[in-house]
Design a protein around this ligand. Structure first.
Ligand code: ATP
Ligand code: MG
Length: 215
């Protein structure tokens, strides 16, 4: 049986913010994904490698067992559905919130009250669908893959559902946050079969991550 462990991470904040957690487990990644073109990165532990994938692809690699474990945002996990994934811990990293935002002049409260269909542009269609369904608001969802802030400015949508941290991108584009849907942070996800077959190797790392993320 393959004894090697594979950890799926995405470049940028998830990689950066996972490094201290790995450190707590005695693991150092020996190449920098920002400068290396390699998609498989070695670590100081011969039996552990890191693969670099798109943030929204982390659950897919772990679900299919191509990675034994990974780190993904709650936003990504909600869209994916979490099938085949064991989610043991909230790592408390990459924290932000999922919000509804509209153009500064748009009367969101009235639009929602009037019961007209609201046009909502978002990358997070599943989360948006559930949020507005729970409120009984009829929406036309418009799927985008990035730069959601642009949509209300050019009349593509009335509102957007997007991640917000400082709010400076919204502000720079004259958008206002009108609803806070949920708090977001990143989670450790583990392949269910790997957890059984490689528990001896995985558990100490999960425990170290858990301890370090509480600090
Ligand atoms: P891609 O850049 O590949 O389109 P992405 O934008 O989702 O994907 P990142 O920007 O690296 O990738 O975000 C990774 C995760 O970090 C997100 O899934 C989310 O959970 C969290 N995140 C996104 N934006 C912020 C932010 N402004 N502040 C803190 N955490 C964030
Ligand atoms: Mg991003």
């Amino acid at each position: 049986m393959n004894r090697q462990l594979t950890l799926a991470l995405s470049k940028g904040r998830i990689f950066e913010e996972t490094l201290p957690l790995l450190q707590a487990a005695g693991i150092t990644v020996t190449e920098n994904p920002e400068t290396s073109r390699k998609l498989i990165l070695p670590t100081n532990d011969e039996a552990l490698r890191v693969i670099i994938v798109r943030a929204s692809d982390v659950p897919t690699y772990v679900q299919h067992g191509a990675a034994d474990f990974g780190v993904a945002g709650k936003d990504v996990l909600l869209e994916h559905g979490g099938e085949g994934l064991y989610q043991p811990i909230d790592l408390n990293i990459a924290r932000c919130r999922m919000s509804v935002a509209v153009s500064a002049g748009f009367d969101y409260a009235s639009a929602v009250k009037q019961g007209a269909r609201l046009r909502v542009a978002t990358k997070y269609t599943e989360t948006a669908r559930q949020h507005f369904a729970a409120k009984g608001v009829h929406v036309d969802l418009i799927k985008l893959y990035g730069s959601m802030e642009l949509a209300p400015l050019v009349g593509l949508s009335d509102a957007i559902v997007d991640l917000v941290s400082t709010g400076s991108t919204l502000k720079a584009n004259h958008l206002v946050e009108v609803e806070h849907i949920m708090d977001i942070s990143s989670r450790l996800v583990v392949n269910q079969a790997a957890l059984k077959l490689k528990r001896e190797r995985l558990q100490p790392i999960i425990d170290a991550f858990e301890q370090a993320s509480k600090r």
